[in-house]
Ligand binder design. Structure first.
Ligand SMILES: Cc1ncc(COP(=O)(O)O)c(C=O)c1O
Length: 362
């Protein structure tokens, strides 16, 4: 900190992303990236875009991509906003729909970027306790003062709220925007997208980072009533007109034109999730029924933090959260079958060399 910093810079409490260690030998199961390469059409489209046109600014309205996405989601392009990763779309949404002085609500266990945005934009927030089984109680989100945001499926719990309950929350906040962060929805049973045509106050935020294997391209988007999309554009154009670069636009268009590769990869991940869940249960873990590309698991006899540390020593990165409500859980992204076998073998070896009771007493 220094005298040169603005008050905004001094007061910020930045989000801490999962570790990105530059080591080829590390098995990364800590940031819910997709283990499979993006579609070859995406790579081809990006390489075709590499050329003289890079001297030109990209389209500020990203019309071509929004049209292709419109076909995919069966929505008018006026219902679609695209940004530099869904983190940026979420930040702009906080600015566009929530107000300083009006209390918003999100679950007490959720994506840890929400409190960061709320503090940055001086929006008061209530962290609504989730139930003992880690599910949300929908009624607790009714009639909010300033709006609601939650991921569905939730992160890091991996659990999804049934769509009827999502609808009830939207219905019971008629004067406020309800933002559903569907970063992991392609690994789940249901999306809330059909609710857009019924309610003017639902905004759905999704990303190409997970199911589409494009975390490195930074393409996120919001789907909602044109009136909400207009507010997002006002915020973006008061900040940076060109958030989407030419390569990202070209890659994302190709991704939405190739649904087959994504469906194949998602199916593979869901199948891997299934057997890893069973294998962990056989090792004595309690594993929440995941609808995402990660699992959230706890063991009654071993400390999650110790397991996280031992796995890290063995060059396997998982995620452990210090929040006491979930500090006994380990979050593990789903990799390929081979990677998950490596993870399970290592985990078993670690557990065999740890004394369960002493460990728990520490
Ligand atoms: C719930 C949730 N929302 C949003 C994001 C941000 O995704 P991106 O900025 O890569 O689109 C993440 C990333 O892990 C997430 O877990």
């Amino acid at each position: 900190m220094s005298k040169f910093w603005s008050n905004l810079a001094k007061q910020a409490t930045p989000y801490v992303p999962g570790e990105q260690i530059d080591d080829e030998e590390i098995l990364k199961l800590n940031t819910n990236e997709n283990p499979y390469a993006p579609s070859s059409y995406v790579l081809e489209a990006i390489s075709q875009e590499l050329g003289g046109n890079l001297r030109l600014y990209p389209s500020p309205t990203v019309d071509q991509l929004r049209e292709v996405m419109g076909e995919y989601y069966q929505l008018e392009k006026e219902c679609i906003f695209v940004g530099n990763g869904s983190d940026e779309v979420l930040a702009l949404s906080f600015m566009a729909f929530f107000n300083p002085g009006q209390m918003i609500r999100f679950p007490n266990i959720t994506y840890s970027f929400y409190p960061v945005y709320a503090q940055q934009f001086q929006i008061p927030y209530e962290e609504v306790p989730i139930k003992d089984d880690f599910t949300l109680n929908p009624i607790d989100f009714y009639e909010s003062e300033g709006g609601v945001i939650f991921p569905n499926p939730n992160a890091p719990t991996s659990l999804a709220l049934p769509i009827e309950e999502v609808e009830n929350i939207v219905k019971n906040n008629p004067n406020n925007v309800v933002i559903i962060d569907e970063a992991y929805v392609d690994f789940a049973k249901q999306t809330a997208v059909p609710l857009i045509k019924k309610y003017p106050n639902i905004l759905i935020v999704q990303t190409t980072s997970k199911s589409r294997s494009l975390a490195g391209l930074r393409v996120g988007y919001a789907l909602g009533n044109p009136n909400l999309i207009q507010a997002l554009n006002r915020m973006k154009d008061s900040f940076n007109s060109y958030t989407m670069d030419r390569l990202a636009i070209a890659g994302a268009i190709a991704s939405f034109q190739d649904d087959l590769t994504i469906k194949e990869n998602v199916t593979k991940i869901i199948n891997t999730r299934k057997w890893v869940t069973e294998a962990l249960r056989e090792l004595g873990f309690q594993v929440l029924p995941s609808e995402t590309n990660f699992i959230f698991a706890t063991h009654p006899k071993y400390l999650a933090k110790t397991l996280y540390e031992r796995l890290k020593q063995a060059k396997i990165l998982t995620r452990h959260f210090p929040n006491p409500l979930i500090s006994h859980y380990l979050r593990v992204s789903i990799g390929t079958n081979q990677e998950m076998e490596q993870f399970l073998n290592q985990l078993q070896e670690i557990m065999e060399n740890l004394s369960p009771i002493n460990e728990k007493k520490q």
